[in-house]
Structures are given as structure tokens and as C-alpha cells.
Design a protein around this ligand. Structure first.
Ligand code: 13P
Length: 257
């Protein structure tokens, strides 16, 4: 057993208005019991416009649920119409920020260099990045999966010091498994999460690699979470579709029962 505390995070993507978001987090809390939060972190990442509402529910009901954001701008402030900065997120008690999700890489042109700036900003303000990496189907079929993921890691972490390994989460999300119902086998997911850890060891050192949490993401459901989470190098899940159902996300969080 590793001493790493798993992180189960729900990425709500562009779903749920703020009223629905309030309901979702309330229902989730209703389904979970104290023991479900023991030795693991439970995090929800609503859209920006719902962060304040969800923060209020978490605070007023004193829920042990962490708050995450799905993106950020690397600058603290400025003339960047439509963007949201890390200090703004920090004021809302956001503790995790997703950086470099494959949808942002593919649809919004985010390069490793941009992701690198975001990771720096997130760290600089004392928040925790959930750094996403993952190969496309084409890359996997060409036998380049590990190479692609290692390259993304190197680019996204280039020149960044890791003082507290617990404060970095890497999410391995193979693009072909996102929203497709097609999950990586626990063996394939384990192999890549181990490769991610090995690369962190080579970029930093073994102690850092041993402390970093590596999540798997891509069609995680109540029915497959147990076999994924039982892998030695998988320290949590980044859940998309199934996190939009309080019942399903609660079942995922409760996978140990
Ligand atoms: P799905 O769980 O819907 O496949 O999404 C995964 C994901 O992209 C989480 O960030």
C-alpha cells in the first residue's frame, strides 16, 4: 500500500448552471458518509460561474469536499477579456485547478508551454495543479503513447520545482477514453501511470515521484473504478460524465465499500 492519499475529482466540464450545481453538490453530500472521506480526497470542479455557489454550500454545511476549477489564466490580472486568474480562484477557496485538459489542448490550442505557465501560476499561489496528459488513439496505435505522455510531462513541468510532491496531481487521461465509454484496461492504465511516475523520478527524484498523485481519467464509472483504483500507481480518478450524477459519483467515491 502506498502512503499517497487518493484524490477522486469530478470534472463537470460545461454542464450544470449554478442552481443545478448547488443541487448536485448537496445530493452528493447526502449520499456520502464520514468514512467515505477518510484517507481520500473528494473534489468537485464546477464551471467558473458556479464556484461561488458551490463554495457557499460547502462552507455552510461544513462539507469535507474540496473545490477545484477547470482552467485558469497564468497572469494575476490584466486586460484578458473572458479569463479568470488564480488569485480570483484562491479567494473562492478553490484548492485544485485542472491544467492542460485534453479538451483545452485540442479545442483551444493549449500547448505544453501554455500549460507550463498555468502550472507555475497555480503553484505560485499555493493551489494544486491537476496536470492532464494523455495520448490520442492514433498515437497509441502507432505505439507512441508513452513517448507522447512523457513529452507532455516534460514540457508542462519544464523548469518547475516541486517542493511538496503532494501538491502536484498528474491525471493520465487517454483521449480515446474520454466520453467514449471506452476505458483503458487497468493494466494499460497502470502501465502509463507507472511511466508517469518514472518520468517524475527522472526529472526530479524518487521521493518526489513517490509522493506525486497520479490519477486515471477516461470513462471512469461505478463498475470499473475498483479495478482501476486497485492498481499500485493509480492514486485517484478524474471523472467526467459520471460525476454529473450524484448517485454515480458517490458510488465511485465509495468504491472501497
Ligand atoms: P469522462 O469520464 O466523461 O470520460 O471524462 C473524463 C475527463 O475528461 C475528465 O477530465
Amino acid at each position: 500500500m502506498s502512503s499517497r492519499t487518493p484524490v477522486i475529482a469530478g470534472n463537470w466540464k460545461m454542464y450544470k448552471d449554478h442552481l443545478e450545481a448547488i443541487q448536485l453538490v448537496q445530493k452528493l453530500a447526502y449520499h456520502l458518509e464520514a468514512e467515505d472521506y477518510e484517507d481520500q480526497e473528494v473534489v468537485v470542479c464546477p464551471p467558473f460561474v458556479s464556484l461561488r455557489s458551490v463554495q457557499t454550500v460547502i462552507q455552510s454545511d461544513d462539507l469535507p469536499i474540496g473545490l477545484g476549477a477547470q482552467n485558469c489564466h497564468p497572469e494575476d490580472e490584466g486586460a484578458f477579456t473572458g479569463e479568470v486568474s488564480v488569485p480570483m480562484l484562491s479567494r473562492l477557496d478553490v484548492t485544485y485547478v485542472i491544467a492542460g485538459h485534453s479538451e483545452r489542448r485540442a479545442l483551444f490550442g493549449e500547448s505544453d508551454a501554455v500549460v507550463n505557465e498555468k502550472v507555475r501560476a497555480i503553484q505560485h499561489h499555493g493551489l494544486r495543479p491537476i496536470l492532464c496528459v494523455g495520448e490520442s488513439l492514433e498515437e497509441r496505435e502507432a505505439g507512441r503513447a508513452v513517448e507522447v505522455v512523457v513529452q507532455q510531462l516534460r514540457g508542462s513541468l519544464d523548469g518547475i520545482a516541486i517542493d511538496d510532491p503532494e501538491a502536484l496531481v498528474v491525471a493520465y487521461e487517454p483521449v480515446w477514453a474520454i466520453g467514449t465509454g471506452r476505458t483503458a484496461t487497468p493494466q494499460d492504465a497502470q502501465e502509463m501511470c507507472a511511466a508517469v511516475r518514472a518520468e517524475v523520478a527522472s526529472l526530479y527524484d524518487q521521493a518526489t515521484a513517490d509522493g506525486v498523485r497520479v490519477q486515471y481519467g477516461g470513462s471512469v464509472k461505478p463498475g470499473n473504478v475498483k479495478s482501476l483504483m486497485s492498481q499500485p500507481d493509480i492514486d485517484g480518478a478524474l471523472v467526467g460524465g459520471a460525476s454529473l450524477s450524484s448517485e454515480d459519483f458517490a458510488l465511485i467515491v465509495r468504491h472501497r465499500r
